[in-house]
Each structure stands twice: as C-alpha cells, then as structure tokens.
Design a protein around this ligand. Structure first.
Ligand code: 3HC
Length: 317
C-alpha cells in the first residue's frame, strides 16, 4: 500500500513537472488537497469580506453613475467568492463547513479588508491598489496546477482589471480636482499603500507555505517577486496623476531595474491576520449579521430546489 502511494506520488510529481493540469477526479497527495482547500477557501472568504468596506459606500457614492459602478463591482466580488467556493468544493469539502470557519473567526481572509474606508477616495484607492495587487497575484494563479482554481482566476482577473481601471479613474479625477479633493486622494493613498503591500503575504523566507505550493506548481512566483512587480507598476501610475506613495525609501535601482522600497511593518501584519486589526471584529460581526439575516433566503432556495430538482433532473434526462 505504501509502495502504491509512493508510486502514485511519483506519477503526480511527474505530471506537475510536465506542466499538466490536475483535475478534481485525479489522484492527488492529501497534503496538496489540504493546501488548496486552505488557500482557496481563504481566497473565497476574502472576496466575500471584501464586499464590506466598499459596500459601505454604495449609498454615499457622489453620483448615480458612481453608485451603479460601485454596486456592480461589489456584486462582482460576491460572484468571485461563490465561484471560488465552488472550486473549493471540487476538492471534497462542504461549503457550509468553510463558511462556518469564516463566521466563527477560525479562518483567515485578506488582511487588507480589516481597514476602514473613511472617504470616497478610499473607494478609488481600493480599486487601484487592492484590485491592482489582486491582479498581479491572480494572473500568476491563473497558471496554477489545479484546473478549477486556474480557470476561476482567468475569469476573475478580467473583472478585476475593470475594477482597477474604475478605481484609478476615481482617484485620477479626485487628483485633478479641487485642493480638497486632491488632499482626500493623497490621504487615502497614504493609508492604503502599506496594507496593500502586505496583501502579498510575508517575505518568502518567512512564508511557511510557499515552498510546498511552489513545488506543486500552485504558486508560480514568490510573495516577494509579486510584491515587487506591484510596486514597479504602481510607482508609474502614481507619477502619472502626481500623487506621492508614502515611502521615503522608494527609489529606482538601476542595477536591478526595480523600485526599492522601505520596510513593511510585519508586526502590524501579524496583528491584523490574528484578529487584532482596526476592524476585524466589526467585519466578522457584519458577516455574521448578514448570514443570519439571509437564513430565510437559504431556506427558500433549498425548498425550491427540493421541489424542482427531480423535475429538472428528468428534463435533463
Ligand atoms: N492576509 C491574511 N492572511 C495572510 C496574508 C494576507 N495578506 N498573507 C499571508 N497570510 C497568511 C497565510 O494565509 C498563511 O496563513 P495559514 O498558514 O494560517 O493559512 C500565513 O499568513 C503565512 O503566509 P504564507 O505566505 O505561507 O501563505 P501562502 O503561501 O498561502 O501565501 C497568499 C499567501 C499570497 C495570500 C496566497 O495564499 C494567495 O496567493 N492566495 C490567493 C489569493 C488571495 O487570497 N487573495 C485575496 C486578495 S483579495 C481579493 O482578491 C479580493 C478582490 O476584491 C481584490
């Protein structure tokens, strides 16, 4: 039996090395399955919790057009969450279990969503920085070895690209506006810059999961390389609209072709991912409230499915 499983693992490694995609019914090491469930469910939770800071501004968007755009973006994020939960279920885990982990505070989700959205400029900055960072990370994940996750990323990145453009346009408009609007834009950039860099996770040397995920072709690039790519891209955007990224150590390194940047406050990162960020408690409370208030919708959907499922099954047959 042990010899069988060693042979299966060798065959699996060979498939990964050949760049093949792993599909739900394929044999996979238990640890690969567990790592994917961990990472994909955290990602799905992030999309869902990520609706809260922006949803907070739907009623306060400055024009009807801005309101429609923001509403669509927040709905997109809900869709991403559901899509990734579906992908996670292909690994044999039940969504209810994953949602329970989020609601009980046991599961992690992206640190960035524990910061407050204080002004309309924050909404632009989130699109520009947060969706921008997500695109850098998820374009890499679109080449991940697990088929359902990689395919989800292709679709999600297309929508995130739109979100990023929408956010940048909001900030560019404010940056070209009145002195007060410019001040608001710069203030939002000051507050969101460092938490956005934390989105990529700890430095590679301190990342307990990276080696395994890289070996199995889930991560194709390390946390540090992706963070650097995001910095390089964003410096140019900030210059284009004459806003300043709040880092006195940011300077171009002609030798490496990268923008060197200052030290991230990893103590702050640790606090936020362990439930002690500015709004962790409020975010969890809001998710629990929404979940409780949606109980009747789930009950109605289940009743409808129970009534109509045999009918649609016989139609399909
Ligand atoms: N926020 C919260 N937790 C984080 C984190 C962050 N920014 N970065 C790392 N962590 C956690 C990890 O989950 C891990 O915790 P665990 O071992 O208890 O599960 C621990 O810190 C150590 O980090 P590692 O680098 O070892 O973890 P990973 O190898 O999994 O890398 C990651 C972290 C880069 C975030 C990776 O998991 C990843 O690429 N995930 C998929 C993308 C994702 O989740 N994105 C969420 C962004 S938000 C979004 O897309 C919404 C859109 O609207 C913008």
């Amino acid at each position: 039996m042990a010899a069988d499983s060693a042979a299966a693992e060798r065959a699996f490694d060979a498939r990964i090395a050949a760049g093949e995609t792993i599909e739900p019914k394929d044999w996979m090491p238990e640890r690969y399955r567990k790592q994917l469930i961990r990472m994909m469910s955290q990602h799905a939770h992030s999309e869902i919790v990520g609706m809260l800071p922006e949803g907070n501004w739907i009623t306060r968007a400055p024009t009807l057009q801005r309101k429609v755009g923001l509403l669509a973006k927040v709905q997109d994020e809900a869709g991403h969450g559901l899509y990734i939960y579906c992908g996670t279920e292909t690994l044999g885990v039940d969504r209810t279990e994953l949602v329970d982990q989020l609601l009980s505070g046991k599961a992690k989700y992206a640190s960035i969503f524990n910061y407050p959205t204080l002004s309309w400029a924050d909404i632009g900055t989130i699109g520009w920085f947060v969706d921008g960072a997500a695109i850098v990370n998820q374009t890499m994940l679109a080449k991940a070895s697990y088929g359902p996750y990689a395919r989800a990323m292709v679709r999600i990145c297309k929508e995130e690209n739109f979100h990023k453009r929408q956010g940048f346009e909001i900030i560019a408009t404010l940056a070209a506006g009145t002195p007060e609007q410019r001040r608001m834009a710069q203030d939002a950039v000051n507050r969101w810059w460092w938490p956005s860099l934390m989105m990529f996770g700890p430095n590679d040397k301190d990342s307990p999961n990276s080696a395994e995920l890289t070996k199995w072709g889930v991560k194709r690039k390390g946390n540090d390389e992706l963070r650097q790519r995001f910095v390089n891209l964003t410096v140019a955007h900030a210059k284009a609209i004459d806003l300043v990224l709040p880092d006195p150590d940011l300077r171009y390194n002609a030798e490496t072709g990268n923008w060197d940047f200052g030290t991230i406050d990893w103590a702050e990162f640790d606090r936020v991912i362990h439930g002690e960020g500015p709004l962790n408690r409020e975010r969890l409370a809001a998710r629990n409230k929404a979940h409780d208030e949606g109980a009747w919708v789930r009950a109605a959907a289940s009743a409808y499915a129970a009534k109509h499922a045999p009918e649609s099954a016989s139609r399909a047959a």
